[in-house]
Design a protein around this ligand. Structure first.
Ligand code: NAD
Length: 482
């Protein structure tokens, strides 16, 4: 599944007109672990033509939604049978520990497909309301059109499925553009969809970088962009879509807070969950809760417990069973994270644990790092680092904690930790973020809306709201029966 000679245009193998190849390197060994063709402009234009044909001539947009949901269920079953292979592949291209990749990368994608199988039966594709003037209004939710799904490298299969599943359920043809760093699982997804019976023309895979994404975003034959990635690129996409009023859903970066209230009992499980929430996938997770806000009076206790747990994380070969953290995605990513740590230190931050490179000969590894004495206005406290770096900041009670959590340009996720879940829910409701968990860092439920406020994005994925993003509602006003 790792070496591909051909693109999949509308599900059919086809040599890339560009003639170029993307080599996929393991960030752990720096060896080539796969390759895919790189799409060029001609390939994109051909894919859009095929997708428009599938939209206009069918049968997919006119297939019964229940059947479309069942097909997604079959895709999930087929992919589940390939879990080990997929986890190994994503582990190689991204560097996620294989153990984590099974759940965090593959399990989440399977969960999304299972949710969409059920939505095939329950989503209101056709709904009848009483018209205010008598008679009825039939609301028909039509496919939004040809979708370009643009995915990042950090969770390549999961973020792809978060767009592909609702778009297919809505009846849309999809052109999936995986990132050049981690394009391999997109091929497994498209192959599996064809095996499950998806008609020709409906799902295309076009690997490539910014140029391919940019061409797709500006393409007149594309109706909707589903994007997950950085706030910088998301902002550019929003600007381009704005020119043509093209629809877009943007899942962007974050700097989420874990808020500890003064009644939290610091068990080993809670400490491990806090560390996991900040450091999983080496901090390369959009909902990473890397600002840990703790009651001032309990700061020493919390820092000591976190430092012990962070220091005990095993950094190394992602393929090994006992590895907790793998490498960062690239040499450049590691240098950026290191520069952020240096800048924080020069601003007075104290490294409690980590801060350097572990003693490993190859791979873009970095020690998990915990910082205290951080200026809340400094970049390390405000900007997404996308590496294994967490900061501890003291607060002076619930109101102050909420103020600090909200003192951010972002608004993606968060968590509240307390022995009183009613109080926790009250605090959570005041946090400006798309999703917040109580006593857990898993601030995402696959059946419920997920997405960012402020600079963390626009629109929602997951649940029926995620399908809303791929339909255009039409109201047909039906006269009262004569
Ligand atoms: P990125 O923005 O660099 O790239 C994301 C995708 O966009 C890639 O496929 C890339 O090739 C493509 N791209 C780059 N420039 C483009 C352009 N001008 N036009 C169109 N497409 C373009 O992000 P990344 O480094 O791959 O991913 C990390 C970022 O993704 C982090 O900021 C992270 O927080 C974010 N993320 C967000 C979520 C979420 O759900 N909110 C989930 C995962 C990752």
């Amino acid at each position: 599944m790792r070496f591909h000679d051909e693109l999949l245009i509308g599900g059919r193998p086809r040599r890339a007109a560009s003639g170029r190849t993307i080599e996929v390197r393991s960030p752990a060994t720096e060896d080539i672990v796969g390759s895919v063709p790189e799409a060029g402009t001609d390939d994109i234009d051909a894919a859009v033509r095929v997708a428009r044909g599938a939209l206009e001539r069918g049968p997919w947009p006119r297939t019964d939604p229940g059947e479309r949901g069942e097909l997604l269920g079959r895709v999930g079953k087929l992919l589940a049978g390939r879990t080990d292979e997929l986890a190994a592949t994503i582990s190689e291209e991204v560097g996620s520990p294989r153990r984590w990749a099974r759940g965090g990368q593959v399990g989440t994608a399977l969960g999304v497909l299972a949710v969409h199988r059920r939505l095939g039966a329950s989503y209101p594709f056709v709904e009848t309301r009483a018209a205010l003037t008598g008679g009825e209004v039939r609301i028909r939710r039509h496919p939004v059109g040809v979708v370009a799904a643009i995915a990042p490298w950090n969770a390549p299969l999961f973020t792809a499925v978060l767009k592909v599943a609702p778009a297919l359920l809505a009846g849309c043809p999809v052109i999936l553009k995986p990132s050049p760093e981690a394009p391999l699982s997109a091929f497994a997804l498209a192959e599996t969809a064809a095996e499950a019976g998806l008609p020709d023309g409906v799902l295309t895979v076009l690997p490539g970088g910014a140029q391919v994404g940019d061409h797709l975003v500006g393409h007149p034959g594309v109706d909707k962009i589903g994007f997950t990635g950085s706030t910088v690129v998301g902002t550019r996409i929003a600007q381009r879509c704005g020119q043509d009023l093209r629809r877009c859903t943007l899942e962007l970066g974050g700097k989420s807070a874990a808020v500890l209230l003064d009644d939290v009992v610091l068990t080993d499980e809670i400490v491990d969950a806090l560390v996991d929430g900040a450091m999983a996938n080496s901090g390369q997770v959009c909902i990473a809760q890397t600002r840990i806000l703790v009651p001032r009076a309990r700061q020493a206790e919390v820092v000591e417990a976190l430092a012990a747990a962070v220091g005990a994380l095993r950094v190394g070969d992602p393929q090994a069973d006992d590895t907790d953290l793998g490498p960062l995605i690239s040499a450049a990513a590691r240098e950026q994270v290191e520069a952020a740590i240096i800048e924080a230190r020069s601003g007075g931050a104290r490294v409690v644990t980590g801060g350097g490179r572990p003693d490993l000969a190859v791979g873009h590894y970095l020690e998990p790092t915990l910082l205290t004495d951080v200026d809340p206005d400094s970049p390390i406290a405000r900007e997404e680092v996308f590496g294994p770096v967490a900061v501890v900041l003291p607060h002076d009670g619930d109101d102050d904690a909420v103020r600090m959590a909200n003192d951010s340009p972002y608004g993606l996720a968060g968590s509240v930790w307390t022995s009183d879940t009613v109080r926790g829910e009250e605090v959570a409701s005041r946090i400006v973020a798309g999703s917040v968990a109580i006593n857990s860092s898993a601030a995402m439920d696959l059946g419920s809306p997920f997405g960012g406020r402020r600079r963390s994005g626009l629109g929602r994925e997951c649940g029926p709201e995620g399908v809303d993003a791929y339909v255009e509602p039409q109201s047909i006003v039906v006269p009262p029966a004569a």
